[in-house]
Design a protein around this ligand. Structure first.
Ligand SMILES: [Zn+2]
Length: 99
């Protein structure tokens, strides 16, 4: 088990954990793009630049990643998106509530 204290590095192609897609336009590292009504932790994460809030987009294939330059794109690896989203939210105090 590895503890992750610094989920985002600014150097594309350098150190990375898991799979964080890079922007097809500028090559910058992506942050998860979240739709729907964000939880409070998501606002905090977005303020730190570790998450992007997409609002309520109704689209067949909505983008799910955004870079620092606010390019948006879609990556097919939903698991990587979900894992990174959860990592960022947990880092900002989010706890999964059991059903
Ligand atoms: Zn970009």
């Amino acid at each position: 088990m590895r503890l992750i204290t610094s989920p985002q590095r600014r150097t594309p192609g350098g150190y990375s954990f898991g799979v964080i897609p890079t922007c097809p336009d500028c090559g910058g590292p992506g942050v998860p793009l979240m739709f729907g009504l964000p939880v409070r932790e998501a606002f905090d994460a977005a303020a730190d630049g570790q998450l992007a809030l997409g609002g309520c987009i109704v689209d067949d294939e909505p983008p799910n990643w955004q870079c620092a330059q606010q390019h948006r794109w879609r990556d097919a690896d939903e698991m990587a998106w979900e894992r990174q989203l959860l990592t960022v939210l947990v880092a900002h105090g989010y706890t999964e509530r059991g059903d």
